[in-house]
Ligand binder design. Structure first.
Ligand code: CA
Length: 502
C-alpha cells in the first residue's frame, strides 16, 4: 500500500511498516524494483534526467539520472531546486474566504489582569542571566518540597532559567530578539502575567533593560538582586520568602470558563518523516482551522521549513502588507544563513532522511500543512509577542527547543508533531505530541498524546484527528495533563540569539 497526496504526484509513500519487498506488486500494477523502506518514495512512472519529481503537487526536485517505474526514489537521485525567488511572489492573490465561526467551545482557564488567559497556575521565577540559574533552581527545589504542598491550587514551581544575559553584545541589533523573548516569558500568562525576577547585579541584561517597556515591575519588590545579599543562605531565604508571598496570591485563583478564542496555540514539528506531511501535519492543520473559526490565535513558525513553500503562502496573506512581511522574514533568514555560509538545506537531519524526506523542499511542503487552510492574518518577527487573532506566522528558527522558547513568548498551548519521535516538553505550557505513524504511537505509548498514523492506514480521516486534537487542546487547557507533563519533561529554554557573543 502507498499514499499519494496529490493526483499529479509521480511518486508515492510506502505505508507498510516493513516497507515494500523487491518484486511486490502495489496498487495500479506498480512493481517494486527493489526493497523500499516504510515512508520512502516509490516511482509511479519512468523518469528521464531533468524530469520534475512531484509530491504535494509540487516539484521537490528533478531526477538526476533515469529512474524506472517502481524504483526507490531516494535523495541521491534528486537534484534539489533553488528556493522560490522572493522578488516575484504573488501577494494576497488567493486569500481564503472566512470560514463559518465556531461557537460554544470553551475551556477552564485563569484570567490575568493584562487580559491574557493562563492554562496553568505556575509560580515562575524568572532570571536575567545564566549565572543565577543554579541558585534559583536550588531555591525552586526547596520551594517545591517545603512550600508548595501548602498551596494546593498552584500547579508547579518553575525556575525560568536560560543561557542568555551576559557576555553578549547587548546593544547589537540581534540582542533585541532574546531580550524581547525573555521579557515576554517573564510575564507569561501561565505565571499569572506577574514577574518574580532574580538578577545577579553586574550582568549586561539588567532588570531595567528587560522590563523597560512594561508596567512598573521594578518598583514593586519583584526583583531580588543576589549581589546585594550576604551569603548563599540569605539569598535562598529571600527567594523563598518572595515565593511564599506569591504562592499565597496564586493559591486564591480559580479556573473560570473561557471561550476557545482565549487559546494562543504554537505549532511546530520535530523529527519529521515523509508521513508528517500526510498525517499529523494535515491533522494539525484541520485543528488550526477549527481554532481560527473559534476565534483563537494559531501560530506557525520555523522559517527554514516555510521558505521553500513561501509561494504557496504569500497568496494566502490577508493583505499585500502581510505578504510583504512574510517575505521580509524569509529574506532576513536567507541573509542570516548566508552570513554563516550556509542555506536552508542545512535544516534536514539524518533522521529526516532516514524517515524518507529527500530534502528541505519535501520537508517544507509537508511542514506548512500545519498552517491549515485559512488566511494569514499577521506576521510577527523573532521575539515579538503575537497579539492578533487567527492564523499568524511567528518567525522562529526550526530548531525544536529554540522554536518552542520563541513561541513561549506568546502561547499558552503547544502542539508538537513528530515522525521519528522526540520526548520534548516545556515547563510552562502543556505540550501535546502528535505522531505521524501508528508504530511510533505504539512504541511510545506513554509519550505520544495523539496517533495521526491512523490517517495513513485509513482508520481515521484528517478531519477526525483534527477534531480530536482540538478537543484535547481544550481539555489540556483546562488542566488535563499531557504525557510530557505527567513525566515532568521540560526542555531547557534556548532563546534565539542572532547577535554576537563577546
Ligand atoms: Ca521544529
Amino acid at each position: 500500500m502507498y499514499v499519494r497526496v496529490n493526483r499529479s504526484d509521480n511518486v508515492a509513500i510506502i505505508v507498510h511498516p516493513d516497507g515494500a519487498a523487491a518484486g511486490s506488486e502495489l496498487p495500479g500494477g506498480i512493481v517494486a524494483r527493489e526493497r523500499i523502506p516504510q515512508s520512502h518514495k516509490i516511482a509511479l512512472r519512468d523518469f528521464e534526467p531533468g524530469d520534475p519529481i512531484l509530491r504535494y503537487g509540487q516539484a521537490i526536485g528533478r531526477a538526476n539520472r533515469p529512474i524506472p517505474m517502481g524504483s526507490w526514489v531516494h535523495e541521491d537521485l534528486i537534484e534539489m531546486p533553488l528556493p522560490p525567488p522572493l522578488d516575484r511572489l504573488p501577494l494576497s492573490t488567493a486569500v481564503p474566504a472566512t470560514l463559518p465561526p465556531l461557537s460554544g467551545y470553551t475551556f477552564e482557564g485563569y484570567r490575568n489582569p493584562d487580559g491574557s488567559v493562563g492554562t496553568r497556575n505556575i509560580l515562575g521565577i524568572a532570571t536575567t542571566v545564566q549565572c543565577v540559574a543554579p541558585t534559583v533552581e536550588y531555591a525552586a527545589r526547596r520551594i517545591k518540597t517545603e512550600l508548595l504542598p501548602r498551596f494546593p491550587h498552584v500547579d508547579d514551581v518553575v525556575a525560568v532559567t536560560h543561557s542568555y544575559g551576559c557576555g553578549v553584545a547587548i546593544n547589537a541589533p540581534g540582542a533585541a530578539v532574546p531580550i524581547a523573548t525573555l521579557r515576554h516569558i517573564s510575564l507569561h500568562a501561565n505565571m499569572a502575567a506577574q514577574p518574580l525576577v532574580v538578577s545577579l547585579g553586574c550582568e549586561k541584561m539588567q532588570p531595567a533593560l528587560l522590563f523597560s517597556h512594561d508596567f512598573p515591575v521594578l518598583e514593586t519588590g519583584n526583583v531580588i538582586r543576589l549581589q546585594d545579599h550576604r551569603g548563599f543562605a540569605e539569598m535562598v531565604s529571600l527567594i523563598m520568602e518572595a515565593a511564599e508571598k506569591r504562592l499565597a496570591v496564586l493559591d486564591r485563583r480559580r479556573r473560570q470558563t473561557c471561550p476557545a478564542s482565549d487559546l494562543v496555540v504554537g505549532l511546530q514539528c520535530g523529527g519529521s518523516d515523509a508521513f508528517s506531511g500526510v498525517t499529523c501535519n494535515p491533522a494539525v492543520g484541520a485543528a488550526a482551522d477549527l481554532l481560527v473559526r473559534a476565534g483563537a490565535t494559531v501560530m506557525f513558525s520555523e522559517v527554514t521549513e516555510v521558505r521553500d513553500a513561501i509561494h504557496l503562502l504569500t497568496p494566502r496573506a490577508e493583505t499585500p502588507d502581510i505578504a510583504r512581511a512574510l517575505i521580509r522574514e524569509m529574506q532576513w533568514y536567507d541573509d542570516y544563513l548566508a552570513g554563516g555560509r550556509t542555506d536552508r538545506s542545512a535544516n534536514t537531519t539524518p533522521g529526516n532522511k532516514r524517515g524518507g524526506l529527500a530534502n528541505i523542499v519535501e520537508k517544507a511542503l509537508g511542514s506548512v500543512a500545519k498552517a491549515g487552510s485559512t488566511a494569514i492574518r499577521a506576521v510577527a518577527s523573532h521575539g515579538e509577542k503575537v497579539t492578533a487573532k487567527g492564523l499568524v506566522f511567528a518567525a522562529t528558527p526550526a530548531s525544536d527547543f529554540i522554536c518552542g522558547t520563541q513561541q513561549l513568548a506568546s502561547m499558552n498551548m503547544h502542539v508538537f508533531t513528530t515522525g521519528e519521535g522526540s520526548p520534548y516538553g516545556l515547563a510552562l505550557v502543556p505540550v501535546i505530541k502528535v505522531s505521524s505513524r501508528t508504530a511510533l504511537a505504539e512504541k511510545w505509548h506513554d509519550l505520544i498524546d495523539i496517533d495521526a498514523g491512523r490517517i495513513a492506514t485509513g482508520n481515521a480521516t484528517v478531519e477526525d484527528v483534527g477534531m480530536e486534537l482540538f478537543r484535547l487542546m481544550l481539555d489540556a487547557a483546562s488542566g488535563r495533563k499531557t504525557w510530557a507533563e505527567h513525566w515532568g519533561l521540560a526542555n531547557a529554554l534556548a532563546p534565539f540569539n542572532p547577535g554576537p557573543v563577546t
